[in-house]
Design a protein around this ligand. Structure first.
Ligand code: SAH
Length: 350
């Protein structure tokens, strides 16, 4: 397999290309082609000599992230993409348009092995980790298609980013490097199911990204029912890791809570949740569960969800209900990829 040139950081690429006898400015040019001009091939790199381009092709590859399918919401302009990777694996990404710019949600793994019971991404298990280049590639492809600068990135698609830690960190460093797309770290959010030791590692990386913790249950017992990983990293340990993240980075943690009717949305749940969050400087994001075809979870009514929100607000918690984007094209998280896997596509393939 050829070396994955888009996964090298700025300085790493300089060191890497030294063995080709190339000067620093060449490496700078190549980095710019990859991460600013978003080149898909070495032939695009027209200010390099033909000879150098051929050398690069022999040893390296820009691993592809190609559009296989695109759905555009008629309601709010949200785009859902299915991308094909070099080895034929499929991943999905979402582009959301907000007043303040374009936000992209990317996948960090093909599949997932965390097993959360309401989530479609985990149904087929984990196929493989994505490389830094493949995470970047989703954003670069979308930016090229949209013709507009991506301003926010959330790692909330398929996969558990902290289960793919090294590639994920490389990805964040390249994404936010001033020599590349230079996205502000403050505009990047990573969502995790709560791999406590990796949260502690992340706190030490000197990054200023937002940490979102998938909480979903207000007690160890209730959380464990929805998230098998909670059996390994119990609630007190996970919360302590989040506290450490806040202390180290000064970044307020977001807690995500998928409201599942009859499972975690009654008054007692709201009280227990408030008790956890009250002492913390945090934000709570309520997500009415997206029904997944393979599972029979039901979302609460709008009224129930608002009630739940009000209860928490009264306890002084900073809380929002996630605005639903692209509900006409959506299907729950991970369902586009899943449907493709089942070969039941209703939309035309590109
Ligand atoms: N593995 C990471 C990121 C992926 S999912 C994590 O667990 O956080 C992003 C968020 O969507 C998580 O909070 C996840 O629990 C939630 N989610 C997954 N499937 C969902 C569904 N069907 N309805 C509502 N939220 C869902």
């Amino acid at each position: 397999m050829k070396k994955d040139i888009r996964s090298y950081g700025y300085e790493e690429l300089q060191t890497e290309l030294e063995h080709l006898g190339e000067k620093k400015f060449r490496s700078r040019q190549i980095y710019e082609w990859l991460h600013v001009k978003l080149a898909d091939t070495f032939d695009d790199m027209t200010n390099l000599s033909l000879k150098l381009r051929e050398r690069l092709k022999e040893e390296y590859e820009i691993y592809p992230v190609e559009m296989a399918q695109r759905q555009i919401s008629a309601l709010d302009g949200t785009n859902k993409f299915l991308f094909r990777l070099g080895d034929g694996n499929m991943v999905e990404s979402v582009l959301m348009k907000y007043r303040h710019g374009i936000s992209v949600c990317i996948s960090s793994q093909a599949g997932c092995r965390m097993g959360c019971v309401f989530c479609a991404s985990t149904i087929g298990g984990l196929t493989r980790n994505l490389t830094a280049s493949e995470m970047l590639g989703q954003i670069y492809r979308i930016q090229k298609i949209a013709g507009e600068r991506v301003s926010n990135v959330v790692v909330m698609g398929t996969g558990e980013p902290l289960d793919n830690y090294d590639n994920f960190i490389k990805f964040i460093r390249i994404l936010t490097d001033e020599h590349g797309l230079n996205i502000s770290q403050r505009n990047v959010t990573v969502s995790t199911c709560g791999i406590a030791p990796r949260i502690l590692d992340l706190a030490e990386e000197d990054l200023h990204i937002t940490l979102a913790l998938s909480l979903h249950g207000p007690t160890q017992e209730k959380r464990r029912r929805l998230m098998p990983i909670a059996g390994k990293y119990e609630l007190p340990e996970v919360l302590a890791a989040c506290d450490a993240y806040f202390e180290k980075t000064g970044r307020r943690v977001t807690f995500e809570y998928s409201l599942v009717h009859g499972v975690n949305d009654n008054d007692e749940d709201a009280e227990e949740l408030a008790a956890i969050l009250k002492p913390r400087n945090c934000h709570l994001n309520l997500i009415p569960v997206n029904p997944v075809r393979e599972r029979d979870f039901v979302r609460p009514s709008r009224e129930n969800a608002l009630n739940f929100k009000n209860k928490l607000e009264k306890s002084g918690i900073n809380v929002t209900i996630r605005r639903e984007m692209g509900s006409d094209i959506d299907g729950a998280c991970g369902q586009l990829r899943r449907r493709h896997a089942e070969n039941e596509m209703t939309t035309e393939e590109i």
